[in-house]
Design a protein around this ligand. Structure first.
Ligand code: ATP
Length: 212
């Protein structure tokens, strides 16, 4: 099957990293095959959705056999560009930004924060989690086309002007942890994660829709 020709629906693509992480663990423990029921239980996605998702990957589960773990892994690796490291920049080395720099995602997949920016002179020039922190004034000097993704962990009121500069430098995707709603050209992708809203919504659901 030609991996380049596969066009996966967005909702399916979003579940890919989840499947990938679980299958990597399965593979490490020596398992060769997995059923959609097992997968469903582990990743908390219903098995009909899993079967539909996997049909896009050209992986057709066989009754009584399940899915071939190696096949799926090699597909995911190609599709998620696991063979290539995607470089990421982070702006705002506060509490949250510092946590990301120390964590740096390498355990899960091949994305790597390679540089960070801040305006606080006390932070500029430091290395946090091994990542150099530059002054925001030097953004244009350091950020080049090889860095397609940026994480925003700055105060909300500065998020938009920083975003405009990131886009000018060729950033294609922004993971926005600020509460600000960002305006970007159509070809730029913003994923918004407002931790306070997520937490509030969880508390709301617990109160109003308690699990059986
Ligand atoms: P801290 O306690 O270190 O200030 P915080 O996460 O509570 O962290 P925030 O006010 O949210 O503080 O700021 C996050 C980080 O963003 C800080 O390190 C701050 O210096 C930095 N920051 C503020 N304005 C800008 C800006 N215009 N460009 C880049 N970084 C900025």
């Amino acid at each position: 099957m030609n991996h380049e020709q596969v066009k996966i629906p967005q909702a399916t693509a979003k579940r890919l990293p989840l499947y990938y992480r679980f299958l990597k663990n399965l593979h490490a423990s020596g398992k060769q095959r997995v059923s959609s029921a097992e997968l469903s239980e582990a990743v908390k996605v219903d098995s009909a959705t899993i079967r539909r998702d996997f049909s896009y990957f050209g992986a057709l589960g066989k009754k009584g056999y399940g899915y071939n773990v190696n096949y799926l892994l090699s597909f995911f690796r190609k599709t998620l560009d696991q063979d290539e490291i995607t470089e990421v920049a982070l702006v705002g080395v506060g509490n949250l930004g510092t946590a990301f720099l120390n964590y740096n995602f390498m355990k899960n997949n091949n994305t790597k924060i390679v540089m960070a920016f801040d305006v606080d002179e006390a932070k500029v020039g430091l290395k946090v989690g091994g990542v150099p922190v530059y002054h925001l004034d030097e953004l244009e000097q350091h950020l080049n086309k090889d860095i397609p993704v940026a994480i925003l962990t700055v105060p909300a009121h500065v998020a938009q002007p920083i975003t405009d500069r990131l886009v000018k430098q060729g950033v294609k995707g922004i993971l926005n942890f600020t509460p600000a709603r960002l305006n970007v050209p159509e070809h730029i992708r913003v994923h918004h994660i407002d931790l306070a809203v997520e937490l509030q919504s969880l508390v709301y659901f617990l109160k109003h829709y308690p699990a059986e």
